[in-house]
Ligand binder design. Sequence first.
Ligand code: URA
Length: 232
Amino acid sequence: MVPEEQINLFDFMQPSQHETPADFDPSLIPTSAQIPIPPGTYASIAEMVPHCNTCQRCELGQFRTHAVIGRGNPKADIAIVGEGPGQSEDEQGLPFVGKSGQLLEKILQSVRLSSENDVYICNVVKCRPPGNRTPTPQETEACKPYLLEQIRLVNPKIILLAGATAVRGLTGDKRGITKIRGQWLEWQGYLCMPIFHPAYLLRNPSREPNSPKWLMWKDIQAIRAKLAELAS
Ligand code: URA
């Protein structure tokens, strides 16, 4: 099926109507980045899973073992957006389960946040880029409707953007992470904070004042305080 024929494959789903027809074959969609995925397409994140696992909107679909959609609490107040799956994530179908994930876990635990209950974790791209390279802007764009649907469905109070690729992928802001980490930004009505990617912290283990790890611990405390402020 050529992209032009697929363009209306989502027409059966209007925002208020999420009944999937009995004859609908999810393996047919979506196979091209030209197919729009309108906001409201999915009634739940679980509905996205078969689509992401058959998706060929970009070439990353050729390489995946599993699409990596998200983990944690889909109703959490905090969403954490990373870059893309690595090898462990691709194998397990879950984000941040490798070394970066272990560090993320420690960062969250340091302010008594549970990755199961208090956050929802996902990535800008759902399939592993070969060799763990940075996803291209085209790959990020092709995958963006899924991320937007996740954010719409989770509707978090705070979005943490882990690394420059996550900042650029969601908000389009191309500034370097060192410049903007720790600052509260507004994106489409959501309160966002860019933070260092855990993989960057693993490469920079110093805990000296003003080191990346030291700054990360300051940022997570500010995030904790903001959450308390928003709850009160
Ligand atoms: N790095 C990411 O950005 N995401 C993951 O899921 C794992 C490592």
